[in-house]
Design a protein around this ligand. Structure first.
Ligand code: UD1
Ligand code: UDP
Length: 359
């Protein structure tokens, strides 16, 4: 069968990697990159590092306000879908590229399969929440990463074509995990934390921030900076381009122990997470990865879609309240757990197998 996979933003390239690999063993795949993310460090380096086939189409939509960006994608995706007429359209996660892909396909009566279906934050101020709800209601197949996600769909009346397959990001993480340990010394030296072997492994904090609720609110960013400045250990902060642009107007003073660096490649990012004392983030993917790598996480949001990480004690929601952030960083690590809420690392295989049923 012919599949069209639609991606556009950093986390989607990572989610595409294992699915594309499994899909191409049995089917034809055409990749559309909307061009939502375009910097080398936000896009091409993930294709290279994860050996993802080059996109067949790059729509070069670029940045812009939501309506404009999504609208440009919609028009361009429609043209490609009319030309390629796939049996299935695959969309991933919850970005504007996901929404545009699902909407363009559904209007052409092409069936949509949603990878990472059923996630909900119950906060409609997040653009991703709107994208997820609409995408789930337009999709024919729903591949849920967790049982919680399946229950969310059920509550919205979506019960057909739903399968809990686990999280495709876990598939990728398992593939690259053996390579992580060897990278950390070089990385800490590059960041400027340590020249000596593993000296600071386990005693620095890794931070990522890109949610509009933080980046677009100067008071939130000042409060987060206050928390980071008051920590008594090195802080490594790979800065998302959105955050970089927004922070330029905020006049934030960073203490010497804060290391602001460019966005990292996937393997470096995982290696830095794995050896961190704590991970602080408002990213969805990073919350999960911290859990899977056994590092306690402090989430710089008031709610999360990945509630299992909180319920199991590995994630603390601290919003942008500076004292809550500092307290959460110094809280004792929870007892190790054998719980596996994100599946077994075979989500991509299960997704592809489920299409085999209908041939
Ligand atoms: C997008 C997704 C978000 C996802 C995140 C992953 C939406 C609504 N948001 O947020 O769900 O978690 O990607 O990282 O789809 N920029 C660059 N270079 C790039 C890409 C972006 O400089 O390669 C800058 C531009 O100034 C742009 C801003 O970042 O305006 C935001 O980019 P955009 O893709 O609109 O949203 P993200 O915040 O990246
Ligand atoms: N990531 C990365 N380099 C970075 C920051 C994040 O490779 O500098 C990876 C991270 O490990 C995770 C994914 O990007 O796999 C998460 O993407 P992001 O935080 O941009 O989006 P979200 O998951 O919140 O949608």
């Amino acid at each position: 069968m012919r599949f069209v996979s639609i991606v556009g933003a950093r986390p989607q390239f990572i989610k595409l990697a294992p699915v594309s690999q499994a899909l191409r063993r049995e089917h034809e795949e055409i990749i559309i990159h909307t061009g939502q993310h375009y910097d080398y460090r936000m896009s091409a380096q993930f294709f290279e590092e994860l050996s993802i086939p080059s996109p067949d189409y790059n729509l070069e939509v670029g940045s812009g306000p939501h309506g404009e960006q999504t609208g440009r994608m919609l028009a361009a995706i429609e043209q490609v879908l009319l030309q390629e007429r796939p049996a299935w359209v695959l969309v991933f996660g919850d970005t504007n590229s996901t929404l545009a892909g699902a909407l363009a396909a559904a209007k052409l009566h092409l069936p949509v399969a949603h990878v990472e279906a059923g996630l909900r934050s119950f906060n409609r101020e997040m653009p991703e929440e709107i994208n997820r709800i609409v995408t789930d209601h337009l999709s024919t197949r729903h591949f849920c990463p967790t049982e919680t996600a399946r229950v969310h769909l059920e509550r919205e009346g979506i019960t057909r074509g739903v399968e809990v397959v686990g999280d495709v990001m876990y598939d990728v993480l398992l593939q690259v995990r053996p390579e992580l340990e060897a990278r950390i010394d070089r990385l800490l030296a590059v960041v400027g934390i340590s020249e000596r072997m593993g000296e600071f492994a386990g005693s620095y904090v890794l931070v990522t921030i890109h949610r509009p609720a933080n980046t677009d609110d100067p008071a939130a960013m000042h409060a987060i900076a206050r928390a980071l400045n008051s920590l008594e250990m090195p802080v490594v902060f790979p800065v998302h381009p959105r955050t970089l642009h927004k922070m330029q107007g905020y006049d934030i003073r960073w203490a010497k122990h804060i290391h602001l660096i460019e966005p990292l490649g996937y393997l470096d990012m995982l290696a830095l997470q794995r050896s961190a004392y704590r991970v602080l983030t408002d990213s969805g993917g990073v919350q999960k990865e911290a859990f899977l790598l056994g590092v306690p996480c402090v989430t710089l949001r008031e709610e999360t879609e990945w509630t299992e990480t909180v319920d199991l004690g590995w994630n603390t929601l601290a919003g942008h309240r500076w004292q809550a952030i500092v307290e959460a960083v110094y809280r004792a690590a929870p007892a190790p757990t054998n719980a596996a809420p994100f599946g077994k690392g075979d989500a991509a295989e299960r997704i592809v197998r489920s299409f085999g049923d209908e041939e």
